[in-house]
Design a binder for this molecule. Structure first.
Ligand code: C5P
Length: 395
């Protein structure tokens, strides 16, 4: 797994920096090319020569000196199969969360498309500070994997949660993330997102509160796992994700057409979109004027895309429910002929529309029910894809 992989190992200025020498050595022994990048603070704790001797490769300590070694941050970022920051101080975590790129380490992370693992090490008080918690949550939501810290003795002599995890655990995480980063390679995954809009007249529509965040998180996570991704999205306020084919639609009918076309070569269809169930029967050609005291709209059913599309691909649906979560989801799983259904309770503030987090229950055809704790939508996406990968491989 590690042989011939290029690992960027970022070392920042925590007392635990000396343990990174062991990590660099073990990764090198396992066959990886290890490019060590040290922050200025880290060089005060361990010499670059230590890492150079262990890895047999140049060690980069500043954005400027890198031009001498011939390895700039873009080259480092592009050639990396994975970036590991161990130890990561509260300061580095804050700068990464803010998108700052003022040294070789932060510039490389900002520029890379490779997966990033962060192993924090700091005093427990810093780790428990809400600012640090928030920064870590932001990185997690972007798909970074955070390992540790663990409870134990800290450099200050106190004990608490802030100790770097064991090196073996970091190596396990590297193996796990590398495996995940390619487990959908060669697969085409179609994801839908957002809430459809069904026109009433040229100015108005029937819509819903879907933000598109869950669908985007799924599309990005599938892309990062090596899939070719088509994202079919109803209007959202989200920026267009890179490296993904995006097809913009407005209505349920348009979404159906796009889905039918896109699934032809697909391994899986994941319908995270909130598709309107009803559409105005005869949308007005001109804007409706307010003349009469009341107005009755006649609505007709939209096509049920998930029920209609058939093929050998894995079908995953969502069930946004306000009551009887599992029972309703189970019914939809059967009715729509799904392999998996992801149920979420929209009455929970942190798991409803527009939230960055979600608390879901995944149900499968065999009757298994997996209830996940509250987590970022990106982490939910990874858990759903773990299941999809299993199904795609056994198909
Ligand atoms: O039946 P309900 O709308 O609750 O089902 C939700 C699931 O079905 C979601 O995955 C949604 O994307 C999909 N759906 C669909 N076509 C519709 C309505 C919902 O594909 N017309």
């Amino acid at each position: 797994m590690l042989a011939d992989k290029t690992v960027v190992l970022g070392v920042s200025g925590s007392i635990a920096a000396y343990k990174a020498a062991d990590l660099a050595s073990k990764l090198t022994q396992a066959g990886a090319r290890v490019n060590v990048v040290m922050t200025e603070a880290a060089t005060r704790l361990v010499t670059p020569l230590t890492f150079r001797s262990l890895t047999g490769r140049p060690v980069i300590t500043s954005l400027w000196e890198s031009s001498e070694s011939g390895i700039g941050h873009i080259t480092l970022a592009d050639t990396a199969d994975i970036v590991v920051i161990a130890p990561a101080t509260a300061n580095v975590i804050a700068r990464l969360a803010a998108g700052i790129a003022d040294d070789m380490l932060t510039a490389t992370v900002l520029a890379t498309r490779a997966p990033v693992i962060i192993a924090p090490a700091m005093h427990a008080n810093m780790f428990h500070n809400p600012v640090t918690r928030d920064n870590l949550a932001r990185l997690r939501a972007r798909g970074f994997t955070i390992v540790g810290p663990v409870y134990g003795r800290l450099a200050s002599g106190d004990t608490g949660e802030g100790r770097l995890v064991e090196i073996e655990q970091i190596i396990d995480a590297v193996r796990e993330v590398l495996k995940r980063s390619a487990d959908l390679s060669g697969r085409h995954i179609v994801v839908t997102a957002g809430g459809t809009q069904e026109p009433i007249d040229p100015a108005r529509h029937i819509g819903n509160r879907s933000s598109g965040k869950m669908g985007h998180a799924l599309a990005e996570a599938a892309r990062d796992r090596g899939a070719e991704v088509t994202l079919i999205t109803a209007p959202t306020h989200l920026p267009e994700p890179a490296g993904i084919e995006v097809i913009r639609v407005r209505t349920a009918t348009e979404m159906r057409e796009a889905v039918v076309e896109a699934v032809k070569e697909a391994s899986a269809l994941i319908m995270a979109a909130a598709v309107a169930d009803y559409q105005p029967k005869n949308p007005a050609q001109a804007k409706i004027q307010k003349q009469s005291p009341g107005l009755t709209l006649e609505l007709v059913r939209t096509p049920d895309i998930l029920s209609e599309v058939k093929g050998s691909f894995i079908k995953v649906g969502f069930a946004a429910e306000s009551e009887d979560l599992v029972a309703n989801a189970r019914k939809k799983l059967a009715q729509k002929g799904l392999d998996l259904i992801v149920a979420n309770d929209i009455t929970e503030p942190e798991s409803g529309f527009g939230a960055d987090t979600n608390k879901v229950t995944i149900l499968d055809k065999q009757g298994n029910v997996e209830s996940l704790p509250l987590m970022s939508k990106r982490e939910v996406a990874e858990r759903i894809l773990d299941r999809v990968v299993g199904l795609v491989l056994t198909k």
